[in-house]
Design a protein around this ligand. Structure first.
Ligand code: AMP
Ligand code: MG
Length: 388
């Protein structure tokens, strides 16, 4: 048996970063910026007024100035402001030549074309200097997952399309004679395929392009047929059929299809059987069939692999720390990912940890990570967890 961290390293070694594609800004959110991009202009491109008011050379309380024109956002005043003069100006408008400050309109009284500066004159210039936000050539570093804020910045930089890593195409194959799709009428001995839907949702959320293939039955032909449909995939994920039971065919079939295979038992709960390798241009991961095992392996292995394929580096799923709400007993020889709920009093670990209980997983928002042979812990002890 190998450790979780050894299994992850093996997976990272099999993951090849994907090519780069250009997408319009409208479709950039959530994508991974693949290369640094540089601002194509300076912002603001000119000294701009930060307020509505009057652009002047100087102002003291009681000064009377003559308004000689107007500078609006999008239409500047072309002349120069001199002593004793003012230009009516609005937020975002270019500050005219000669002006050193903008007196806000609340600080003046206007009569016809004359303004008088009031007593409560503020001291700010109310001018945003050219390049105050960014200069042409300023870089947004890569790689990074683009947020709505980034998209606003890219737009201001006049960058209409961005280079992003192609979304990993992931084909999901459920295996089992007992499985039917949600919404279908199951026979008396059948259950609903749930893992593929959970993993599909997870993959979608983390920036992959998942695709559900038809359920493969527990025979070689059916499984081969499913694999035949994976040509365009970067990653094929099978679920179930991965241990050593009579009906567990994934290992044999992938080998027959030319996969250089690594099959391991990972020292973890839930999980344990995990398979991976490469065949042709694609990577393959075989997950255990038990629903909670499949989802936990999704968080622990698949999500970091997707990040690696996206060019976001090779790191385990990020962990946080919180206190236990109640004591827990010692852990055994396998790293245990325990379903728990994080509340105001800390992490409450669920009583029932069986790997078939999706209702417990659904109530959980954390996986408490118990290291191998971790001793018993008291309430209040700080432990690592994965937010889920
Ligand atoms: P297996 O690894 O194929 O022996 O599956 C282990 C357990 O997980 C069995 O109880 C299966 O019925 C169940 N299982 C396998 N695949 C799925 C799936 N896609 N959705 C829900 N349960 C599954
Ligand atoms: Mg099965």
């Amino acid at each position: 048996m190998i450790t979780v961290s050894e299994a992850l390293d093996t997976l990272f070694a099999l993951a090849r970063p994907l090519p780069v594609e250009e997408v319009p800004l409208m479709f950039a959110v959530g994508r991974v910026l693949a290369r640094p991009v540089s601002a194509r202009r300076t912002q603001p491109p000119f000294d701009a007024s930060a307020m509505d008011g009057y652009a002047v050379t100087a102002a003291r309380p009681g000064d009377m100035l003559t308004v000689i024109g107007e500078s609006a956002a999008g239409l500047r005043y072309d002349g120069t402001v001199g002593a004793g003069q003012a230009v009516r100006i609005f937020t975002g408008a270019p500050v005219p030549a000669g002006a050193t400050r903008v007196v806000i309109q609340e600080d003046v009284t206007r009569t016809g074309d004359t303004i008088t500066i009031g007593d409560k004159l503020d001291s700010g210039t109310n001018i945003r200097p050219a390049g105050n936000d960014f200069a042409a050539g300023a870089e947004i570093p890569a790689p990074r997952v683009l947020t709505p804020n980034d998209v606003a910045l890219l737009a201001a930089m006049n960058i209409p399309t961005v280079p992003v890593t192609r979304r990993p195409r992931v084909a999901l194959i459920s295996t089992g004679n007992e499985l039917v799709m949600p919404g279908e009428e199951p026979g008396p001995d059948q259950i609903i395929a749930s893992n593929t839907f959970g993993l599909h949702a997870m993959l979608h959320q983390i920036g992959a392009e998942p695709r559900l293939l038809p359920i493969a039955r527990d025979n070689v032909e059916s499984l081969k047929l499913a694999f035949d449909l994976t040509d365009d995939a970067d990653l094929v994920i099978t679920i179930g059929g991965a241990s050593v039971g009579d009906h567990d065919l994934v290992a044999g079939v992938t080998e027959a299809l030319g996969m250089s295979r690594a099959f391991y038992k990972v020292k973890m709960r839930p999980g344990k059987p995990l398979m991976s390798g490469r065949m042709g241009g694609k990577m393959m991961i075989g997950l255990p069939g038990n629903p909670v095992s499949a989802m936990v392996c999704g968080h622990v292995f698949v999500a970091p692999v997707i990040r690696a394929l996206l060019g976001l580096g090779t790191a385990p799923a990020p962990r946080l720390t919180a206190p236990l709400a109640a004591p827990i007993g010692a852990n055994g020889p396998r790293e245990h990912y325990m379903r728990a709920a994080l509340g105001p009093d800390g992490l409450r670990i669920f009583e029932r940890q069986d790997s078939s209980l999706l209702s417990v997983l659904g109530a959980a928002n954390a996986l408490v990570v118990r290291p191998v042979d971790d001793p018993a812990r008291a309430a209040g002890a700080l432990v690592d967890y994965l937010p889920i």
